[in-house]
Design a protein around this ligand. Structure first.
Ligand SMILES: Nc1ncnc2c1ncn2[C@@H]1O[C@H](COP(=O)(O)OP(=O)(O)O)[C@@H](O)[C@H]1O
Ligand SMILES: [Mg+2]
Length: 281
């Protein structure tokens, strides 16, 4: 038995499927724990979760170990996660601001995390023709997957993050971009949830930026980062769908690539408005 082996409680609990995720098959709740398949980024994610526990960051599950079935065991984080159909509060501006604050708290907490020797983030392999990532140096191991399904709310506020599977070194502006992507949201309105189709997206970007406490230089880079990341994501999503299959392939087959192309066009049409809202005094 190594230190990672999870010792089951003597009381047996049923396995209750947790729905709403995008790609991980078979996420279940067992008592006060969650069991998930160990993903390709687990060496980084596990070190990260241990670090967050060490420094007492409250906004993430704790890693309890690996169970007899080889699954990772995490604490179940109590609260409310936006399922589908989305709840009306997805459009609420107070909740939106609380997302910006939680992303900031996480980024500040993780800023002191050093990736252990020998651990490599699971990232896409560069291919010829792949558009470049933004040129800004990494500042934190970002969460980079701030979907409504990955944020637990309590008392009407974003309280914790789950699903660190795509965590990787990024700049803070990438983190804010990722939160805007899902919560502003940055997409063609035709692709937005009906509850977010008529919202004032530049205004919501500003709310997130202010709640995060985004620097002036990062505000001036946001649109550029959004366009570059969007272009690159078409390639990376395609690559991951081909390599991993499963939920990734399903998303690709369901047209995620076309949605990314529509986002790029929408961003170009709305760049000035978003830039203006972010950088206005
Ligand atoms: N530690 C946790 N605490 C509470 N709920 C969780 C936890 N982990 C996962 N869930 C729930 O299960 C859903 C799917 O899990 P997630 O880890 O996000 O999988 P996926 O990789 O498929 O997105 C989440 O959207 C959330 O509702
Ligand atoms: Mg998820």
């Amino acid at each position: 038995m190594n230190s990672l082996t999870y010792v089951e409680s003597s009381e047996p609990h049923p396995e209750i499927p947790l729905l709403g995720g995008d790609v991980t098959e078979g996420v279940v709740r067992v008592g006060d724990t969650v069991r998930r398949q160990v993903g390709p980024n687990a060496p980084l994610v596990h070190a990260l979760l241990r670090y967050l526990e060490e420094i007492g960051f409250a906004g993430a599950p704790r890693l309890l170990g690996i169970d007899a079935a080889g699954r990772e065991v995490l604490t179940f984080v109590p609260g409310e996660v936006a399922g589908r159909p989305r709840p009306a509060w997805i459009a609420d501006e107070e909740r939106l601001a609380s997302v910006g604050r939680l992303v900031r708290d996480y980024d500040d907490a993780v800023a002191g995390f050093v990736i252990p020797e020998g651990v490599r983030p699971d990232e896409v392999t560069e291919q010829p023709g792949m558009p470049p990532a933004p040129p800004y140096p990494a500042e934190v191991v970002g969460h980079m997957d701030y979907t409504p399904d990955n944020i637990v709310f309590r008392d009407g506020r974003a309280a914790a993050l789950i699903d660190f599977d795509v965590a990787k070194p990024v700049a803070r502006v990438d983190e804010v971009y990722n939160a805007m992507l899902y919560w502003a949201p940055l997409c063609d309105p035709a692709d937005a949830d009906p509850l977010l189709r008529k919202v004032d997206v530049p205004r919501r970007c500003r709310i997130l930026a202010d709640a995060y406490g985004m620097s002036d230089v990062d505000r001036s880079r946001l649109v550029e980062v959004a366009v570059l990341r969007t272009r690159r994501s078409w390639f990376s999503m395609k690559q991951i769908a081909e390599e991993r299959g499963g939920g990734w392939a399903r998303m690709w087959d369901e047209g995620v690539g076309d949605r990314i192309k529509r986002r790029e066009a929408w961003l170009e049409r709305n760049a000035a408005a978003i830039d203006g809202a972010l950088n206005a005094p």
